[in-house]
Design a binder for this molecule. Structure first.
Ligand SMILES: NC(=O)CC[C@H](N)C(=O)O
Length: 296
């Protein structure tokens, strides 16, 4: 699937993602007053993949609070999303919650001694609540494919288990992780779900509190510094907003106080982030002046 190299290449290591047409493009911007702007395939569902790490992190912080940081760092890794190299030197403590190793520890926290389906159901309900949309569902074919081919993730979970930083049987923790990555959403649903991060932790501008303002600020900070793996610096340089990508080609970006933005284009750059999605966000930031670093 390298027919359109200027759009990047779709992820092929998860078989159902290899079959997605790279010509898709969708964009949804929800502004602070609740106005929804959409373009292209904004209502077409796609696999949110690592964007789920934002919602799972929020869930885990709700369960164990700041104690989470005893098991996960808050520094950019400078390595690929699925890298294992730092874990040996750093005693099984992942650099941050957005690389796969960190997200597996988050999944382990969310599992919390229950059956995987309890943790998965809880996350799905949380995402549906955030998006105000009960139709959001898990694509079971994607979850099964990841379970069958996710050897790197299986290695990461087992390696961290050896350090005692995975508390459950690794296959249970992996089950939670694979299912959260397989949540299917469209750009509109995703932008709606990101509103709490634009509104300082509130569901809408005057809505119920989802998390404290401090927690929302910190999640945004982690998205800015770690949301695009070893390309997080480049994303901050080009777009200037907290953002989280997924290998399904989606990106959720937050302009605090101004907008929640979701973009989807399945072709990826070499760091596994949507190539055209990043470009589109760069253009949106340029056109609107939205940036956490000041307009320009
Ligand atoms: N960057 C991503 O979106 C990676 C998520 C994917 N499920 C994986 O574990 O490899």
């Amino acid at each position: 699937m390298a027919a359109l190299p200027e759009r990047g290449e779709v992820a092929t290591y998860i078989p159902p993602l290899a079959a997605i047409d790279p010509r898709h493009f969708g964009l949804c911007i929800v502004t602070a007053d609740g106005t929804v702007h959409m373009a292209g395939d904004a209502l077409e569902p796609f696999s949110i993949q690592s964007i789920s790490k934002v919602f799972a992190l929020t869930q885990a912080l709700g369960k164990v609070g700041e104690a989470l940081w005893n098991r996960i760092g808050r520094e950019p890794s400078g390595t690929a999303f699925n890298s294992i190299v730092q874990l040996e030197r750093e005693q099984g403590i992942p650099r941050n919650p957005f690389i796969n190793a960190g997200a597996l520890v988050v999944a382990d926290v969310n599992l919390g001694g229950h059956e995987p389906r309890v943790a998965i159901g809880e996350l799905l309900r949380f995402v549906r609540y955030l998006a105000d949309d009960d139709t959001i569902a898990i694509d079971e074919a994607v979850a099964r494919a990841e379970q069958a081919t996710g050897f790197r993730n299986i290695a990461l979970a087992n390696y961290m288990k050896a350090f005692g930083n995975i508390r459950h049987a690794p296959e249970l923790t992996l089950g939670v992780y694979f299912h959260q990555c397989a949540i299917a959403m469209n750009c509109r649903q995703l932008a709606m779900a990101g509103r709490f991060l634009m509104h300082g932790g509130r569901h809408g501008r005057a809505g119920a509190r989802v998390v404290s303002a401090l927690r929302a600020r910190r999640i945004n900070a982690l998205m800015l510094t770690c949301g695009h793996y070893d390309a997080s610096g480049d994303f901050a340089f080009r777009v200037g907003l907290p953002g989280k990508s997924g290998v399904g080609g989606g990106i959720l970006a937050i302009a605090p106080g101004r907008a929640s933005i979701a973009v989807w284009s399945p072709g990826l750059n070499t760091s596994g982030n949507s190539k055209i999605g990043t470009l589109a966000l760069e253009r949106v930031a340029e056109a609107t002046g939205w940036s956490v670093f000041g307009a320009g």
